[in-house]
Write a protein that binds this ligand. Structure first.
Ligand SMILES: NC(=O)c1ccc[n+]([C@@H]2O[C@H](COP(=O)([O-])OP(=O)(O)OC[C@H]3O[C@@H](n4cnc5c(N)ncnc54)[C@H](O)[C@@H]3O)[C@@H](O)[C@H]2O)c1
Length: 308
């Protein structure tokens, strides 16, 4: 799974379960030439960097170190995975108060050194914090991206694949909207090789509930989610650095989109070296449209309580 890239630097801010696993994924797959780890807990970043560096004789030539914000100067992509994570039973929105505050300092520190890179937000609630990052950075919206419903869509595809006995890579199916409880499954678009997939009402309910509640289940079982989100972030980073133009369900600023404006939500978007190059014009109708707009309204109401 090795992909050669031109000289590239990725900075990861927050080296907990998500940040460290993302760094390790990028390292194993030799995605970047330079990888910088930053954490408010400097020892944590230092420990992760040392541990990963000791694996370099078994991998490739990535230069990896625990750094500080001045290292953002040459960064192509800056991943933010810093802040509080869900405790058992907590929703992602419950994290807003705790995480919005730290974004002030983090974004200020990034823009002090970098005016050209792409900010990729993973911290929850990811859609709202991507919007906060946009407002606080002054970057154009194509260069502020949230991981959105890429992970949810992967979970959805995996579960559909299990149900149908088909490899999830061959399943086309999308979750859009909030990365959270109001997310919307687009059953009308679920297909294999362009052929619609049929499900019983019971199967639909079970697959969607398992998709939506996956994080709660994993957090109850092991305390954090890390592997699949790391692979999703890796996918976005590679699409950016390799100028792939892959269609990924990232969180992006929507304007006049299916009746929704001025909010970040996960929708299929073309991702390349410029960040989000284009949002695909999904034609939602009926219940899917209603649910998508309700998801937007929920997030907009939370955003209106913030000082931006
Ligand atoms: N977007 C997604 O799909 C997705 C998936 C999983 C987790 N998450 C979110 O990612 C975030 C991180 O989760 P985690 O499990 O890695 O948490 P964690 O507690 O393991 O790690 C968080 C890290 O952030 C650091 N940190 C805190 N404040 C900081 C600051 N101001 N500057 C720099 N570093 C700081 C902490 O020291 C810690 O190392 C959470 O908000 C979680 O909900 C998002």
């Amino acid at each position: 799974m090795k992909t050669q890239l031109r000289s590239s630097r990725v900075v990861i801010i927050g080296t907990g379960a998500v940040g460290a696993t993302t760094a390790y994924t990028l390292l194993l797959r030799e995605r970047v030439s330079e990888l910088v780890l930053i954490d408010a807990n400097k020892d944590k970043a230092l420990g992760e960097a040392l541990d990963m560096n000791h694996g370099l004789p078994f991998t490739g030539g990535v230069k990896l170190w625990a750094g500080d914000y001045s290292d953002c100067a040459d960064a192509d992509v800056i991943v933010i995975a810093a802040g509080a994570s869900q405790r058992p039973g907590e929703t992602r929105i419950d994290l807003l108060k705790r995480n919005a505050g730290i974004f002030d300092t983090i974004i200020q520190n990034i823009v002090k050194y970098n005016d050209h890179g792409i900010i990729l937000v993973a911290t929850n609630p990811v859609d709202i914090l991507s919007y906060v990052s946009l407002k606080k950075s002054g970057f154009p919206s194509n260069r502020v991206i949230g991981s959105g419903t890429l992970l949810d869509s992967a979970r959805f595809r995996y579960l559909i694949g299990q149900n149908k006995g088909i490899n999830p890579r061959s399943i086309h199916a999308h979750i859009v909207g909030e990365h959270g409880d109001s997310e919307v499954p687009l059953w009308s678009l679920a297909n294999v090789a362009g052929i619609d997939l049929e499900f019983s009402d019971e199967d639909r309910e079970e697959i969607f509930n398992s998709t939506k509640n996956a994080a709660y289940e994993i957090i109850n079982a092991k305390g954090a989610t890390s592997y699949a989100i790391a692979l999703a972030l890796d996918r976005i980073i590679v699409s950016i650095l390799q100028n792939e133009g892959s269609v990924l369900n990232v969180s992006t600023l929507l304007q006049d989109y299916n009746g929704v404006s001025d909010v970040y939500l996960g929708v299929p978007s073309i991702v390349d070296r410029t960040g989000v190059r284009e949002v695909l014009d999904l034609k939602l109708t009926g219940q899917e449209l209603e649910k998508f707009q309700a998801s937007a309204n929920k997030l907009k109401s939370e955003i209106s309580k913030l000082e931006l």
